[in-house]
Design a binder for this molecule. Sequence first.
Ligand SMILES: Cc1ncc(COP(=O)(O)O)c(C=O)c1O
Length: 490
Amino acid sequence: MTNDQRQTPYLDALLRYRARGFTAFHTPGHKLGKGAPAGLVEAVGLDLLKVDLAVAGAVEDTRESTGLVAAAEQIAAEAWGAERCFFLVNGSTSGVQSLVVSLAGPGVPIIVPRNSHKSMLAGLIFSGAMPCYIEPVIDPEWGVPRNITTDAAATAIATCGGARAFFVTSPTYNGFGADLPALAGLAHGAGIPFIVDQAWGPHFRFCSLLPVDAMTAGADAAVTSVHKLISGLTQSSVLMANAARINLRRLAGVVKMTQSTSPQALIYASIDAARMQMATDGERLWTRAVELAEWARAAVNRIDGLRCLGDECLERPGIASFDPTRLTITACALGHTGWELETVLRDDYGIAVEAADTLNIVLNVTHGDDRSDVERLVASLEDYAARYRDAGGDVGAGCRRFTAQLPAFTRQETSPQDAFFSPSVQLPLAQCSGRISAEIVTPYPPGIPVLGPGELISPEIVDYLTEAGDRGLHVHGPEDLTLRTLRVVE
Ligand SMILES: Cc1ncc(COP(=O)(O)O)c(C=O)c1O
């Protein structure tokens, strides 16, 4: 690397600003904490309020200067293996949206997996692009989407005429990686950029025990959430891009449109610090995290009634790599949903998980954990399982699964943007068959949209959503979260 990765130019500037003890006549109005209400000072401390600043302005010497940010972004670009890096304060959400808007305008097709994060659908609505969807297979054992297969990707490329970009999400929420080098080869063979939503893989590049990262695998651009699994403050994320197939100037302009005009300087500083930590010590830190996670996984799998997803998944189609630090755990055999397990862990054991759904809980093990954390998790799970078994827990009862097959994607009748902006009406779900959806409907699990704006609603989709509503599945997207009604194009 040509840049010294021990540097943290942005963080240093922020600390210098605080040390100089300025009298501030700039935003925010609490004036470096002096005017802040006592409760806020108690929550975050005066030291933090003294560096609660917007990026443009105070930290640099002149309002127009961008040298400091450019320097920090350039060091980060090198660390994550790209020509250009953009710091983002609106999460990977804003990175995905920036990429879609900069690559495809109204009516332009792009290839998109159906298990994309909802920021992708928002990007489609903003840009007007037409999605050509690739359906991932839902793993029947765990009820979560696997990644897309190379065969499905090849078919999409062959059939989606005039596609301007190929997007993939890797890893998935449960840590399943697609075969990125093969997919990059397919996209480049078709002359289109290959873009990876790597929100859950900011650590990959820094430890040899983890899956290959997007840029090494040949991506033209990737988004990665610095806040999700490494040390960035919440909302921090980076967008990496190479110039060969991406117009970096246009992308830079669009990135600005998706960010606040007052980006939080602390978020930038945290990206600087997190990148430094990973680039200088990532191998050691994540080797330890992998060891802790593998220890926890093995221990959970020894508990009667519990199971933790592991690298046996690599034998299944659509899973080319696996992040062992994601723990997906099920208590189905004890007759408990993921939500119930989450509640018991929180209320009885003081353990907060990353996510829960009907079937599973998901936990992140990172460089921030130590042995005592995973020991506490395992001891809590042992105690929990014993309690429920001793109370006549339904060992072997199987999951109260949501077993209905996901209904097939029908047809994209209009672009998501056209459907979103068309006049629409709210109809009882039972009357929606044959209509065009005006909204997104994503039940969890498996967290894949059953409908997006512009899609034809089939009788199978109505049946599925009726059952999902009856079972009280968590749903993201529609105005009516009970699923009794749906908004359709008029
Ligand atoms: C695959 C994927 N992409 C993008 C995002 C958005 O990330 P952020 O929360 O950093 O905006 C998420 C968030 O969970 C995600 O799971």
